[in-house]
Structure formats: structure tokens, C-alpha cells
Design a protein around this ligand. Structure first.
Ligand code: ZN
Ligand code: ZN
Length: 360
């Protein structure tokens, strides 16, 4: 059995090691993809620091944001649009929902399917071994939907669409239309925040206000279409931040608030929203309590998990069709080789980069 190089977490909080991991035989309908880029995500850092799911055990190949070229296909496959998939095609691919549980079949909410499969937390010593993106190859199960990446989208941006960007697309899908008189506040200026800024602007918001940090991330945020940014490090008082939003919204508060930081941002975020506004809650992690009596009247609270296959397609389409309006490549701040995985993970952990990419 052949092997390939992969960045493996063998112990939490300890340096990752480059190991030789088995390349599995392909089951009918599955693919082997040679990875061209793997972007890193906050979740990779959380999983490195400690287990996220009860069932996760080590060793695992880190990473769940892959883009790559098709190396081998077991049989015939088509992409999400019905076009044949060929060897050499550059692709991204969706997670897997079971299709037959209550959430998939009755509620039509496959992102909360209890039998869902995702990447970056699967044991690298058990079949099919290659289910993490920081590896030379990945195994793509037959249930995954394939999205081809057009030439004008780089592998790094396409990889980021496999988690951060498609989640943002899912959020706006559930939020519905943004009207041309509406102001959107984005809480967070990481990759999700910056992409969410571009999409809010593109969807017609009158004003997009972003609260985030540090300054280097906010510089990118401005280029992604923010009308105004507020640096959390310079304005540490919650009250002052609320005043800033009120000043921009005739004293009402925002029509829409998009939370792409973490749970700790939610109590403040609700105070930035006008009565009757919509709160789109995307960022996960951390703990917070909400005072029910302070919730705005007639508001909508929308929560998001992951994305459906069409959101992968929407993210890739957005990157291709809006590339002249938004400098997406600036969100990928630093490139590393697979051997530099520990430097890349550290850079993500201390927020010195917006998004790190492992290029192969
Ligand atoms: Zn992610
Ligand atoms: Zn299901």
C-alpha cells in the first residue's frame, strides 16, 4: 500500500508531526484528490488544543479546507451541476449528510444531520485514512458533491470556501434579502467577517459597519467593502461601541447584526440591533448568557451550522464573479509549506494572520 505525507496531531498542544499515511484503495464512486492548497481555520487550532467532539481520538490529520486536483476516480462521477468529473479537474467537495434521517429527509436541514461526515478530525490510522486536508492526498467519499473550481479562482481561495466562505453563504441564505436602506453590523474581522462584509455589501446593504481587531485584519476589512470599522482594542468599552452603532443608525441600532466572532459576542451584539432586526449568529466557541428581558422586540435570531453543498458552489461562484470588486486574495495572508505546519498553526493561534494556507 502506498503512503503520502500528512500533518498529524498525535498529542494535543504538542507540535504536529509529518507522517507517512496510507493511501486507501478507492471504493466505487470515490475519488483520490491531490491537494493543491489547504487553508487553516480557527477550528483546526481548537482541535489541536484539545478534543472538540466526544468521539474524536488521536491521531488525526489536521485541516478541513481542501482544494485539489482529481488524481483518480473509481468509476464515473459528475459534479454538482451534472458535468462529468475528469482526472486533473481542480475541485472542492461538500461534507456528507446521511439523506435518510429526520433532519435530512423530513426537516430538509442536512447540516444538522446526526450521521454527518466532515474532515479534519478522523483517525489517520483507520480506513480511509486521508480525511484531513493538510496532506498530499485526500480521499473523497462517493456521497460528497463535487464543485469544479474555475481558473480565475486560486486554490487558496477555493480552499477557504470549503469552510469559512460557504458558512457565510449559508448564513445569508437563511437571513434572506438585505434591503437597500438597511445597515449591517458585522461582529468579527477574521476570514468569516471579511467575507461576510463583502457579501453584505454585494447584497445591497446601505452601510456595512465592522467591529473587530487587530488593526492588520481591519485594513483588509476596509478593502472588502466596510463603510466604517471600529477597533475593539482601541475602543474597549462596550457602551462606546454601542454609541458608535447608534450614531450610524439614527439612534435605532442596526437592521442586521452578523456575529462571526464567537458566543461571547452575542450579548453585546443583541444590544447593537434595532427592535425588529435580524441577528445572524455564525461564530461558535466560548460561553455567554443572554438576558432575555433585554432581547429586542420582534427580532429574529438565526443560527447557522456549516453549509449545504449548494453553499460551496455559491462561495466558489462569488469568488469568481466578484473578483474584480473584492481583493479576496488579501484574506489569505501567509503561505506555508507542509513542513511548516507548526508555524502556520501558531500564526493562526495568535491571530498574526487573517488566514494561513498550506501550499503544496
Ligand atoms: Zn473551518
Ligand atoms: Zn441525515
Amino acid at each position: 500500500m502506498e503512503t503520502c505525507n500528512a500533518a498529524v496531531i498525535t498529542e494535543h498542544n504538542k507540535p504536529l508531526t509529518i507522517q507517512q499515511v496510507k493511501i486507501p484503495d478507492l471504493d466505487p464512486g470515490s475519488l483520490l484528490v491531490r491537494i493543491t492548497a489547504s487553508t487553516l481555520c480557527g477550528t483546526d487550532v481548537h482541535r489541536w488544543h484539545g478534543p472538540l467532539g466526544d468521539k474524536d481520538t488521536l491521531p488525526i490529520i489536521t485541516g478541513h479546507e481542501p482544494c485539489g486536483t482529481v488524481q483518480d476516480i473509481a468509476g464515473e462521477r459528475t459534479d454538482i451541476l451534472g458535468n462529468p468529473v475528469k482526472r486533473g479537474d481542480r475541485v472542492v467537495w461538500s461534507y456528507v449528510a446521511c439523506g435518510s434521517c429526520y433532519y435530512c429527509a423530513v426537516a430538509c436541514q442536512p447540516c444538522i444531520c446526526r450521521g454527518r461526515a466532515s474532515w479534519g478530525h478522523n483517525r489517520s490510522d483507520q480506513h480511509p485514512y486521508l480525511l484531513g486536508s493538510c496532506a498530499e492526498y485526500m480521499y473523497v467519499p462517493k456521497e460528497c458533491l463535487i464543485i469544479k473550481v474555475p481558473d480565475e479562482v486560486t486554490s487558496a481561495s477555493a480552499a477557504a470556501s470549503a469552510c469559512a466562505y460557504r458558512t457565510v453563504m449559508h448564513g445569508y441564505d437563511r437571513l434572506g434579502a438585505i434591503k437597500s436602506h438597511e445597515t449591517v453590523v458585522i461582529q468579527g474581522s477574521g476570514p468569516l467577517g471579511n467575507f461576510a462584509t463583502a457579501v453584505a455589501k454585494d447584497h445591497g446593504a446601505k452601510k456595512v459597519l465592522v467591529i473587530g481587531a487587530p488593526a492588520n485584519r481591519l485594513e483588509v476589512t476596509k478593502k472588502m467593502g466596510a463603510d466604517a470599522v471600529l477597533n475593539l482594542e482601541e475602543v474597549p468599552e462596550e457602551k462606546q461601541r454601542r454609541e458608535w452603532v447608534k450614531d450610524h443608525t439614527d439612534g435605532r441600532g442596526a437592521d442586521v447584526v452578523v456575529q462571526v466572532a464567537n458566543n461571547m459576542a452575542v450579548p453585546e451584539g443583541l444590544t447593537l440591533l434595532r427592535d425588529g432586526g435580524r441577528y445572524l449568529n455564525i461564530g461558535a466557541g466560548g460561553k455567554a448568557n443572554i438576558a432575555v428581558e433585554k432581547i429586542p422586540q420582534e427580532m429574529l435570531f438565526i443560527t447557522i451550522r456549516s453549509g449545504e453543498p449548494r453553499h460551496w458552489l455559491q462561495a466558489i461562484d462569488f469568488l469568481a464573479s466578484r473578483r474584480k470588486t473584492f481583493p479576496f486574495e488579501e484574506m489569505i495572508s501567509k503561505s506555508y509549506s507542509l513542513d511548516q505546519i507548526n508555524q502556520a498553526m501558531e500564526a493562526m493561534a495568535n491571530y498574526s494572520v487573517v488566514k494561513a494556507v498550506i501550499n503544496f
